[in-house]
Design a protein around this ligand. Structure first.
Ligand code: PLP
Ligand code: TYF
Length: 396
């Protein structure tokens, strides 16, 4: 039965990890995958998470099945983070939130549910976008197309192009939007531009799907939710996926959530019943551990304050690496202006390096980046930043 099976292509980003791990050079640096490393090059275990975990171990709770949609304590905590604790939508019971296996799992549940709801709809993702967006929605059975987003000339958002794309979409089209810290470009919309996007989605009868994978990595928890809050205020119905992989440093625990804003409480109950069906036929109910840690941190004032401080620490360190890289590239004698790196937000930068230059970084220096020129700033540290800047200067 397997004789004719072909080799599937590797994930372009996760595939880089395999190549990196096989590299024996001591000076190697992995700027490929979007993971936050501390200044010692390690994935941190946040102190707030550790404290929650220790308390849990001590309590030694039993391991029964969870509700299909995950525990209420977790889902409520997610809602407060996303919509704000004073949200009218939450008070009205209009929002359905279900725990999911990371942000990816949330997107997949959302995609599968949307396919049942509106099978003929077309899905639009930004040009460019996270590689997995297209694959996820195509695997749910949708035709996926791009909307204009990045402008290589200004290294910012081609907002006129984006608006034109939105205006051209058929009513009912699903628009996947990066809520903050755009992956892969680092170029985000301004608050005023979000307001315009909300208006266009409303005028065009579009179905927004906000992907929130980096809340807290740009400006702060509430500031980074500006898009969610703008859509919430509009009266539109929309989807939002959350990931706690980055902001809780819980990558492998697979903690995320899907939220769906409906028109009223009655609708919410009906939508929840259908989403539960999608989950039940997929993995039945979510695992306990990661979600319990997030819920414990978010519901304890002490642990939450601790987490916010640690999150701010990650955010500030990435910013320092942005400035440091620009300075070091300049110090290495490069005349080309790299100051755009400081303006980009989140973990990533579209550096403008060509595929050939990225290849040379790998072969000559053991520095791994995505072939599109995307680098992860959160993999830089005070020890490797000079080496990386010198290498970039050399390939330029
Ligand atoms: N969406 C975007 C834009 C991402 O960059 C990522 C990256 O991890 C995800 C979703 C998936 O998150 P998770 O690792 O929680 O599945
Ligand atoms: O873009 C990134 O690097 C992260 C991590 O299939 C990631 O979002 C990459 C690819 C993938 C899953 C996660």
């Amino acid at each position: 039965i397997f004789a004719a099976v072909e080799m599937a292509p590797r994930d372009p980003i996760l595939g880089l990890n395999e190549a990196f791990n096989a590299d024996t050079r001591a000076t190697k640096v992995n700027l490929g995958v979007g993971v936050y490393f501390d200044d010692n090059g390690k994935i941190p275990l946040l102190a707030a998470v550790k404290a929650a975990e220790e308390a849990r171990l001590k309590a030694a709770p039993p391991r029964g099945y969870q509700p299909i949609e995950g525990p209420a304590a977790y889902n409520n905590a997610v809602q407060n983070l996303l919509f704000g604790k004073d949200s009218a939508l939450l008070a009205n019971g209009q929002v359905v939130t279900v725990e999911a296996l990371g942000g990816t799992g949330a997107l997949k549940i959302g995609a599968d549910y949307l396919k049942r709801l509106n099978p003929a709809a077309k899905v639009y993702i930004s040009d460019p976008s996270w590689e997995n967006h297209r694959a996820l929605f195509e695997s749910a059975g949708f035709v996926v197309d791009n909307y204009a987003y990045y402008d290589g000339a200004t290294r910012g958002v081609n907002f006129d192009g984006m608006k034109a794309s939105l205006k051209a979409m058929a009513p009912g089209s699903i628009v996947v939007l990066h809520a903050c810290c755009h992956n892969p470009t680092g170029a985000d919309l301004s608050d005023a531009q979000w307001a315009e996007v909300v208006e266009l989605c409303q005028a065009g009868g579009l179905v927004p799907f906000l992907d929130m994978a980096y809340q807290g990595f740009a400006e702060g928890i509430d500031a980074d939710a500006v898009a969610v809050r703008a859509f919430s205020a509009s009266g539109l119905q929309f989807f939002a996926s959350s990931s706690f992989s980055k902001n809780f440093s819980l990558y492998g625990e697979r903690v995320g959530a899907l939220s769906i804003v409906t028109a009223n409480k009655d609708e919410a109950a009906r939508v929840l019943s259908q989403v539960k069906r999608v989950i039940r036929t997929n993995y039945s109910n979510p695992p306990i551990h990661g979600g319990a840690l997030v819920a414990a941190v978010l519901s304890s004032p002490e642990l939450r304050a601790m987490w916010e401080e640690e999150l701010a620490g990650m955010r500030d360190r990435i910013r320092a690496m942005r400035t440091g890289l620009v300075d070091a590239i300049k110090a290495a004698g490069v005349t080309q202006d790299f100051s755009f790196v400081v303006k980009q937000r989140g973990m990533f930068s579209y550096t403008g390096l060509s595929a050939a230059q990225v290849e040379q970084l790998k072969s000559d220096f053991g520095i791994y980046a995505v072939s599109t020129g995307r680098i992860c700033l959160a993999a830089l540290n005070t020890k490797n930043i000079g080496y990386v800047a010198d290498a970039i200067a050399k390939v330029l």
